[in-house]
Design a protein. Structure first.
Length: 208
């Protein structure tokens, strides 16, 4: 997993509440178990016409926001089913940070596990950031995870809270597998003791 320390990027405004995971990535794209290649299908229902051409009025199709890495959006983002493909699709598209008043719990947790920083802020602050994001390619927002601070294009700053453990994992680029491998010496020592005390647990049934 990529480390997240500090991000300065274009912020795209998507002021919609209750964006669910089916809107983020529709069910017909859930057959893959790969985390790559889903970005093209992100927000497909509102991003494309029925014939597959792009909707000009969708924010991420507009030239100023095609390279956006930050999404400023409405409350209850990521509600609906618990599909982990939703953060996969957003990350593959290029979104590294989502700022909203609230998130669905499972989606919120899945973001951290996939290298995306979800930030909860009061609606009044979201409104200010939406205004900043409305400046198009000039809507550069800086998110500093170490300082837990957001800086707008005019230099104003906003502080945000994040769980210390999840912050530690993002700063270090540590997913569940990385955290387990960090304790491989302890695991090996435990297994070596088990082989001595309970050897039958490690026998190959085909070879007796």
């Amino acid at each position: 997993m990529d480390k997240f320390t500090k991000l300065s990027a274009i912020a795209a405004p998507l002021p919609m509440a209750n964006i669910d995971t089916d809107m983020i990535i529709s069910q017909q794209y859930l057959k893959t178990i790969k985390r790559t290649g889903l970005g093209i299908h992100a927000f497909a229902a509102i991003r494309y016409h029925d014939d597959g051409t792009e909707r000009e009025d969708f924010v991420l199709n507009q030239p100023a926001y095609r390279k956006a890495e930050i999404l400023v959006t409405g409350e209850n983002f990521g509600c609906g089913s618990s599909r982990e493909h939703a953060p996969w699709a957003l990350k593959d598209f290029g979104i590294k940070c989502i700022i909203a008043p609230s998130f669905a719990d499972i989606f919120y947790g899945n973001c951290f596990k996939n290298g995306i920083l979800p930030i909860k802020l009061p609606q009044a602050t979201i409104d200010l950031l939406l205004d900043d994001a409305g400046r198009g390619a000039n809507a550069i927002i800086t998110v500093d995870l170490e300082k837990q601070q957001i800086s707008g294009p005019d230099g104003g700053t906003v502080s945000f809270e994040v769980d210390p453990y999840r912050r530690h994992c993002l700063l270090g680029g540590l997913d569940d597998i990385s955290l387990t491998l960090a304790k491989k010496d302890i695991i090996r020592t435990y297994e070596a003791k088990k082989r001595l005390s309970q050897p039958w647990l490690f026998r190959d049934p085909d070879n007796g």
